[in-house]
Design a protein around this ligand. Structure first.
Ligand code: CMP
Length: 143
C-alpha cells in the first residue's frame, strides 16, 4: 500500500491548525501509520531539504523548520501521495485553490503550513529519514 510523508510545519503548529489539518486526511479516508511531535535538528532539516540546498531561500527555510516543533506523519492509502498533494494545494498559498489547506489558511510561500512528499520515491526516502521502522504501525481499519 502506498505511503506518504507529511509534516505540519512550525506555522501550522503555532497557529493551532494541527487538528484541522489532520482531520482533512482522516475524513478523506487515509490511514495514519506514523505520528510524532518533535523539534527538528539542523541536520535533519538540511537533509530533508537537500534538493533545495542551492536555492536562495534554503538557509531561511532550514532556520524556520528548526525554530519550533513540527508534527511529522506517515499516511497510507491508494494514491495517497498525489491525493495528499491535492488536499495540501499549490506551494504558494497565494495561488492555491480555496478548499485546499494552503488555499484556506495561508498567504506566504515561506509559511505554507505543511510539507507533503512530491512522488512515491521521495515519500519512501522521507519516511526513512524521519521514522524508524518500529515507529510505524502496520494496521488496517475494519471498514
Ligand atoms: P515544501 O513543500 O516544504 O518544500 C520546499 C519548501 O520551500 C516549500 O514548501 C516552501 O515552504 C519553501 N519555498 C519554496 N519557494 C520559496 C520561496 N521562493 N521563498 C521561501 N520559501 C520557499
Amino acid at each position: 500500500m502506498e505511503r506518504t510523508f507529511l509534516a505540519i510545519k512550525p506555522d501550522g503548529v503555532q497557529r493551532g491548525l494541527v487538528g484541522e489539518i489532520i482531520r482533512r486526511f482522516e475524513t478523506k479516508g487515509f490511514t495514519l501509520v506514523g505520528l510524532k511531535f518533535l523539534k527538528v535538528s539542523r541536520e535533519l532539516a538540511q537533509q530533508h531539504y537537500d534538493v533545495h540546498r542551492e536555492r536562495p531561500f534554503f538557509t531561511g527555510l532550514v532556520e524556520f523548520i528548526i525554530s519550533s516543533p513540527v508534527v511529522a506523519m506517515v499516511w497510507e492509502g491508494d494514491g495517497v501521495v498525489a491525493s495528499a498533494r491535492k488536499i495540501i494545494g499549490a506551494t504558494n498559498p497565494l495561488t492555491s485553490e480555496p478548499g485546499t489547506i494552503r488555499g484556506d489558511f495561508g498567504i506566504n510561500i515561506g509559511r505554507n503550513l505543511i510539507h507533503g512528499s512530491d512522488a512515491p520515491e521521495t515519500a519512501q526516502k522521507e519516511i526513512a529519514l524521519w521514522f524508524k521502522d518500529e515507529e510505524l504501525v502496520n494496521w488496517q481499519p475494519h471498514l
